[in-house]
Design a protein around this ligand. Structure first.
Ligand code: ADP
Length: 713
């Protein structure tokens, strides 16, 4: 590069060769030329001997061009080599001539010859430097452009003649004249300089960057000019600058570290993140001191360094000693022999994020505890009708574990309530902003419960509906209590009414019975007597029913008395006879009169038996339209028992433990209160007796009531 610059200037018109011997480079050029020519000729000879002329006839027509082309090329090369050699030998001869006549003035002819050779060489040289992709020029010390190559004319947009002879400052703003003049003194001393120069052309905003080699052009012992050969590194420099800018301005921390974890470089963001003001202070920190957790691998390093970019969380120590959490995305850089030379990576400060996550987790914990402590079951259903949140109250309210419901659709759940699905759809469709509904729902244990659900829409941060939040409350007990009150009020009213009616009927019936008896005595006609007897019999039956009604409706007797169980059961059956008949239920009652008297309240026991008869009737009706109720009595040591055995479906195994619980019912809401058996149980407890239920091996349920034997016998 340097050689080109200096020889270039030394071939200029004002610098004829002055050496006392023919220049070495001419000799070299000549011998090199001949070496090339010789080499080429040998190659040609080989090529020709390879392809014998006789065989040329035999090769395909399209391939004949190859040897002919080779021959043509070698002739052209020979002509060129001949021309160059002639040029060189002419110059050599001339120099010899000049040398021989040192001191004597060259002849006209010699001068003419010399200038022609020089002109030709100059032309050749110009072609040579024009063929460079890099800019090259020669400048005299006062800044005048002596020669420029084509690349410079391309860059400046000026022609060769516009540039030559003009000052460099006429075309460039930077480096400034003052700059150049200051550097000149230093350059004259060193004679050579290499480095990157920022050049800003006039009327051109964007600067160029050239990696330049400057050599002094020496004339005698003094420097008369500077040859400049540059390489355009603008693109590379711009890339570097962009990278530097990115490095400096990036919000994320960027680092380079040694395989041992020593920081080699860190961008300002990282310096700040770790609480330092000076980069050098951070770079001086030992890797072990930077790591907050001693077990954690040093920055950048990972267990598996063979992988590409890896991302992990690191805990680093800030300057003030506090911990900071970062997301480290780093990779190892390898040299050609496979050794790690450094790590490079980015660090994103996630301390705040971690803090927020912790807060969020706390809030989440609070929220879930709040929801769990809520007496209602809380459900969140998304737009796809799937449960996305189920509070643990689901265990009690529906009998499902939350996990069994999560992710399932409302309609996927066994025994799902259509009313709740309707409530969900009302809210999702926007028909109602807030909807509530009361419905009967089947618990997983088979019991029916009354639920009250309220739903409202759940909106996301953008205000769009993302689902429905539903709270479900089991109001079975509440409802049953209400029903119980209503029922007991109704029963009391009915009792009073029945009592009144019975009382009113009693007198007319007594009259009918008395009069019909009297008439029987006086009547002589046999047919009329029979009719009167029938009338009296029916009136007695009616009076009996009325008496049973008063017995039932009378307020419970305060004390217990000696009672005949056969009689009490009979009275109860009589009361319910119509319904049993209507439902085709045959009563098989074995009236064992030998059974001792029991101690109890006949009214309360009638209620117990009526309840058992009613339940048996319901159970039979559930499966068929006729059946049998078998009633038996017996005694055990000092107790008497009555059993009611129906031929219904029996009691489901899973329900048998609960049927005596208050409000436990398997009947649809409105059909059963679940109170019957619990009342029976409490009545019998008061009587020091018991009631139990079993399934008979022959089928159907058997309810057995046991009472103490009356001490009065
Ligand atoms: P309710 O009749 O209002 O349901 P009960 O306390 O009288 O309330 O009965 C509770 C439950 O016991 C009934 O729902 C039913 O499942 C069961 N049960 C009672 N009697 C019978 C029977 N004879 N056969 C089958 N199941 C019965």
């Amino acid at each position: 590069m340097i050689k080109i610059g200096s020889s270039f200037m030394s071939l200029g018109p004002s610098n004829p060769p002055r050496s006392s011997r023919p220049p070495d480079n001419l000799e070299r050029e000549e011998s090199q030329l001949w070496r090339w020519a010789l080499g080429f000729m040998i190659l040609l000879a080989f090529a020709l001997s390879g392809l014998l002329w006789e065989r040329l006839e035999n090769i395909p027509y399209s391939l004949r061009a190859i040897p002919i082309g080779i021959l043509g090329l070698s002739i052209l090369f020979a002509v060129y080599a001949y021309g160059r050699r002639r040029e060189v030998s002419e110059l050599k001869g001339l120099l010899h001539g000049l040398q021989e006549h040192v001191g004597a003035a060259p002849s006209e002819e010699q001068l003419d010859q010399l200038s022609q050779v020089i002109l030709r060489s100059q032309r050749n040289f110009k072609e040579l430097i024009d063929s460079f992709d890099d800019p090259a020029c020669a400048v005299s010390l006062d800044g005048t452009l002596r020669t420029v190559n084509k690349r410079i004319t391309d860059i400046t947009g000026k022609s060769y003649s516009e540039l030559i002879g003009r000052k460099i400052y006429d075309f460039v703003d930077e480096p400034t004249q003052a700059n150049l003049e200051t550097s000149l003194g230093w350059f004259l001393e060193k004679k050579r300089w290499a480095g990157t120069v920022q050049v800003r052309l006039k009327d051109r905003g964007r600067p160029f960057y050239f990696e330049c080699v400057l050599n002094g052009i020496v004339k005698g012992d003094e420097i008369v000019g500077v040859s400049v050969l540059g390489r355009d590194v603008t693109e590379q420099r711009e890339k570097e600058m962009r990278f530097t800018e990115l490095f400096e301005t990036l919000q994320e921390g960027v680092y380079f570290s040694t395989p041992e974890g020593h920081l080699l470089d860190a961008n300002p963001a990282l310096v700040g993140m770790l609480g330092y003001t000076e980069k050098r202070d951070l770079l001086a920190v030992e890797p072990a001191a930077l790591n907050f957790d001693p077990g954690q691998p040093v920055l950048g390093r990972a267990v598996n360094d063979r992988g590409g970019v890896r991302t992990r969380e690191v805990k680093l120590r800030r300057k003030d000693g506090t911990a900071a959490f970062f997301l480290d995305s780093s990779r190892a850089v390898w040299d050609a022999s496979g050794n790690i030379i450094r790590y490079q990576g980015t660090l994103v400060d996630i301390t705040e994020k971690r803090k927020m996550e912790r807060q969020l987790a706390q809030q989440e914990e609070f929220r879930s505890r709040l929801l769990e402590s809520f007496p209602d079951l809380i459900l969140v259903v998304d737009l796809g009708e799937r449960y996305t949140f189920v509070s643990s109250r689901s265990r009690d309210v529906l009998g499902y574990e939350p996990q069994q419901m999560l992710g399932k659709k409302i309609s996927d759940m066994e025994d799902h309530s259509p009313e709740m699905a309707a409530l969900y759809h009302d809210v999702v469709s926007g028909k109602q902003a807030f909807a509530s509904s009361e419905y009967g729902a089947r618990h997983r244990d088979g019991s029916w419960r009354t639920m009250r659900a309220a739903g409202s829409k759940l909106v996301d941060a953008e205000g769009t509906i993302s689902g429905v939040i539903i709270s479900v409350r089991d109001i079975t007990v509440e409802r049953k209590l209400e029903q119980q009150i209503v029922q007991s009020e109704r029963l009391a009213a009915m009792g009073a009414m029945i009592g009144g009616v019975a009382h009113e009927l009693n007198n007319p019936l007594t009259s009918i019975m008395g009069v019909s008896e009297l008439l029987q005595d006086t009547e002589t006609n046999e047919t009329s007597r029979k009719q009167l007897a029938m009338l009296q019999q029916q009136a007695r039956r009616a009076a009996e029913i009325v008496q049973n009604l008063t017995y039932f409706s009378r307020p419970p007797a305060p004390g217990k008395s000696r009672i005949n169980l056969v009689e009490v059961v009979e009275r109860t059956l009589n009361l319910h006879a119509y319904s049993l008949r209507k439902n085709n239920i045959t009563v098989d009652f074995l009236k064992d009169r030998a059974v001792p008297y029991a101690l109890g309240d006949p009214h309360q026991l009638m209620q117990v038996f009526l309840n058992l008869i009613l339940n048996a009737e319901h159970a039979i009706r559930e499966v068929r339209d006729k059946g049998t109720l078998r009633i038996r009595l017996g005694r055990d040591a000092d107790s008497v028992w009555v059993s009611f055995h129906d031929d219904g479906p029996g009691i489901a195994k899973e329900n048998i433990a609960s049927i005596f619980d208050p409000f436990y019912t398997t009947k649809r809401p409105g059909r059963g209160t679940g109170l019957g058996l619990s009342i029976c149980k409490s009545v019998l407890k008061e009587h020091n007796g018991s009631i139990e239920a079993v399934n008979s091996p022959e089928g159907g349920a058997v309810f057995t009531v046991t009472l103490p034997v009356s001490p009065m016998g």
